[in-house]
Design a protein around this ligand. Structure first.
Ligand code: NDP
Length: 796
């Protein structure tokens, strides 16, 4: 092409970035990498290697070691041995190491960027301007948190050895999101990068060596899924942090059930990109480019579903098609391309198959007129219109440069369509009307809402999902809790903490039903006292075996009714914190009026002294006051993100929560678990103490007289574990707390994997509910809510 022609067409010429420094780096390892264990490079015990390929050129870059079980054991042992010293050096020294890592990343930023682009296929413009600067920012930000650890977070301590498994789409960035907070909070770790993209993690290992990070604090082992699974199963790993597919996330949830390992999962998404008719359409078009063609669409939070108000749909599609025609696909080291290569042939095949399925299911395909280069794994930007909301391409995470577009007529329909997937990672809302945007953002079930922007990230803001997009947050203060545990947990008991019964007399009635006493309590569902579906009841006896009465034996159908009733109630969740507080105070007031009666009931069930029973009622009243007080005070933050943004971190309710109450402290155990869940605006299905349920069934009279909307609290009595398992399997339950034994919790964690419910329990330990430090506080509210980060850019 002549210069004259270039002036005519204004085509970009190639602007290749040199690969020399990266090639030299690979040569320094003889293009063959070992495992990084205990501060040393170590040959894999398997003696096996696999190739790392440049997806833009199909050329082999290096050989990577396959770590087997023996290597995983060595790495975990190194991390475990390094832990005491790493904890002992203290917050300030850890901060210095993190700061040194950040400096080194900045110093070698171009090498990191080039290597990442070659290994992954992503454009150098993205690695240079987005990935690597964000990595450095993450380590700087967390160097700060490391420094503040002993002052700002002194009620918490490190978890121990962390196993971290990351995907191939943002190799170094995901490493930073995992490693920075883990180290800052005083943990040591073993990290496994994805098989396709291990190189920058290995360069990072060299950085750890350079700065003199104590041996064993960071261990990097490469390998396939099996290596990851071995790490997950290792008994000395105290927490698993995983980013990847929802399918593998579920496998890990099940594998860790009952082990007491803490877990955070950042999984797939099918995020909505919602455009209202008053949006600035030219900005929207650039937003779409960033949403779905950034990183070839291989982004968990990609705005892959374009939802457009019908009145402007055709106009917007036309503009997008025009822009697609001008996008450039090519070698990742060319600075003038927009879209690089797909990471590997297997991913390319998945994309091609799903696109074909879209065509087969009747959606309209559009791709630009030009063809992709043939020397790498390339795929053109693609848009589907005429897409039905239930079609495969509208539901499945394609993880490629494929946009599916649908239209809506009303705001309500937009929200419904946006929430119409099993995922809930991110959303992007485009309108010039800030009132509309802030009305829509809380209605979308997703951990992030970007208003008039998309795919913006920062170390100061949390990122993570709702629903099957996983749980836990990375970044922000909210992300730190994933790497710490409350010190108070060390006080938990190995056995249930129960009041000592007063001298137990033999039951006067031989434990048999006494004629004349006929008290069978009903259940409480949807604000009504209801009989059990099965028509059975269970006898309740006191601690000395005396017959007290009977409770309804709930079954699967009763649970289904309770879940339905909880869903039908939208009143409680939409009330303000102040309004909820008023109801909670009212509950406390009504309980205070009936203090004697509730104390007598506790005496009757547990045979404790009246004084102790009165203390339990008093403590219950006080606890309700605490949560009423917190209802309008446990609020969010405005994060200091680096761009011109107001980033609101808002705690939102989880939705419908199942609470399996402790058997001990019949009233206080019920109050201590149900009230914090209510405080955050959840609707609750409570399974009260199995042995002493009557305080809870008496309590519905209090709920009835305290202005609690129907369906806010539903009480189903019966066999605790049977009912808990039905709840754990129920797809419309968003979270489940289980306060019982270890075996019960294991079942709950295992069964909850199907829809990725949040689970919480005491891992086979027991709280003393009478102790305020153990029985109440922000830990409860944190587990009853999830943080949504809403990004609102500013600047005229
Ligand atoms: P995976 O979820 O399989 O991989 C993520 C990480 O987990 C990798 O390091 C992988 O190792 C490892 N892994 C795989 N199986 C196990 C296991 N049983 N136990 C522990 N670790 C395991 O994602 P893929 O890379 O296979 O991609 C498949 C699909 O997942 C994509 O098409 C995309 O839809 C989705 N995905 C979503 C991501 C997200 O961020 N939401 C990120 C990546 C993929 P290895 O790579 O060596 O097999």
């Amino acid at each position: 092409m002549k210069i004259k022609d270039i002036f005519e067409t204004m085509e970009y010429g190639p602007a290749p970035e040199s690969a020399d420094v990266a090639i030299d780096y690979l040569k320094s390892h003889k293009n063959k990498f070992q495992l990084f264990i205990n501060g040393e490079w170590k040959a894999p015990s398997s003696k096996e290697n696999f190739d790392s390929i440049n997806p833009s050129t199909r050329e082999k870059l290096a050989e990577i070691s396959e770590a087997n079980e023996k290597d995983v054991n060595l790495a975990v042992k190194a991390a475990k041995d390094a832990l005491p010293e790493w904890v002992n050096i203290g917050a300030h020294q850890r901060a210095r190491y993190l700061y040194a890592i950040a400096r080194q990343i900045q110093k070698h930023s171009r090498l990191f960027a080039v290597l990442e682009s070659m290994d992954n296929g992503k454009p150098i413009r993205e690695t240079r301007d987005i990935d690597i600067p964000l990595v450095a920012r993450h380590f700087y930000h967390h160097a700060g948190w490391a420094q503040l650890r002993d002052t700002e977070l002194k009620e918490y301590k490190e978890i121990g050895v962390i196993g971290q498994i990351i995907p191939w789409n943002f190799p170094l960035l995901m490493l930073a999101w995992k490693i920075a907070p883990a180290l800052a909070m005083g943990n040591t770790l073993v990290l496994k990068p994805a098989e396709f993209t291990s190189l920058t993690a290995l360069l990072f290992a060299d950085i750890c060596k350079q700065i003199g990070l104590p041996n064993g604090v960071v261990n990097i082992i490469t390998g396939h899924g099996k290596t990851g699974a071995t790490l997950v199963d290792h008994k000395d790993v105290n927490k698993i942090a995983f980013t990847g597919s929802t399918e593998v996330g579920k496998i890990i949830r099940r594998a860790t059930a009952g082990t007491g390992k803490k877990l955070s999962l950042e999984l797939g998404g099918k995020s909505p990109f919602i455009v209202f008719e008053d949006a600035d359409l030219d900005s929207v078009v650039e937003g779409v480019v960033d949403a779905i063609w950034f990183n070839q669409g291989q982004v968990c939070c990609a705005g892959s579903r374009l939802l457009v108000e019908e009145s402007i749909a055709e106009k917007l599609y036309k503009k997008i098609r025009k822009r697609m025609e001008s996008l450039r696909v090519g070698n990742s080291l060319d600075k003038s391309i927009d879209i690089g290569a797909i990471v590997a042939p297997v991913q390319l095949k998945t994309i091609e198959e799903l696109v074909q399925q879209g065509v087969d299911e009747g959606s309209k395909l559009w791709q630009p007129s030009w063809a992709c280069p043939q020397d790498g794994y390339f795929y053109p930007p693609t848009m589907f219109t005429d897409v039905s909301p239930s079609s495969t391409i509208a539901q499945v995470e394609i993880f490629g440069p494929v946009l599916v577009a649908m239209s809506f007529r009303t705001h309500k329909e937009a929200v419904k369509l946006a929430n119409n997937t099993r995922y809930g990672l991110a959303s992007s809302i485009w309108t010039e009307n800030i009132n509309l945007a802030l009305d829509i953002a809380p209605q979308i079930k997703a951990g992030v809402a970007w208003i008039n922007c998309t795919n913006v990230f920062d170390a100061a803001a949390g990122f993570g999902g709702y629903r099957e997009s996983g749980f836990g947050r990375e970044g922000g203060k909210e992300g730190l809790y994933e790497y710490m545990k409350p010190r108070i947990h060390e006080k938990f008991s190995d056995k249930p903490v129960v009041k000592k019964p007063k001298d137990l007399k033999a039951p006067s009635t031989n434990g048999q039903h006494v004629t004349g006493i006929d008290r069978t309590t009903k259940m409480y569902i949807g604000g009504k006292q209801v009989r059990p579906d099965g028509g059975y009841s269970t006898v309740i006896k006191s601690a000395n075996g005396e017959y007290i009465g009977e409770v309804s034996t709930g079954n699967r159908k009763d649970i289904r009714n309770a879940v339905e009733a909880a869903h039908a109630n939208s009143t409680w969740g939409s009330m303000t914190g102040h309004a909820r507080a008023q109801v909670l105070y009212y509950i406390a007031e009504n309980l205070a009026i009936r203090k004697e009666e509730f104390a007598n009931r506790i005496v009757q069930m547990t045979n404790c002294s009246k004084t102790e029973a009165l203390k339990e009622v008093d403590e219950s009243i006080e606890r309700i006051y605490t949560y009423a007080a917190l209802a309008d005070k446990y609020d969010g933050l405005v994060h200091h993100t680096v761009k011109q943004n107001v980033t609101l971190a808002m705690p939102e309710s989880l939705g419908v929560m199942a609470i399996v109450c402790p058997n001990e402290s019949p009233l206080l155990g019920f109050i201590s678990t149900v009230i914090p869940a209510m405080t955050m605006g959840n609707n609750v299905i409570a399974i009260p103490s199995e042995s002493a349920p009557l305080s809870a069934t008496d309590f519905y009279q209090i709920l009835e007289t305290s202005d609690v909307p129907a369906g806010t609290v539903n009480i189903v009595t019966g066999k605790k574990d049977e009912l808990a398992q039905v709840l754990a399997k129920h797809d419309d339950v968003d979270a489940i707390w289980y306060f019982g034994d270890k075996a019960g919790l294991k079942d709950i964690e295992y069964l909850s994997a199907d829809n990725m419910k949040r689970t919480w329990g005491n891992n086979g330990k027991y709280r003393d509910w009478m102790d305020k430090e153990q029985g109440e506080g922000e830990e409860f509210l944190r587990h009853a809510s999830q943080i949504k980060n809403i990004w609102i850019p500013y600047g005229a």
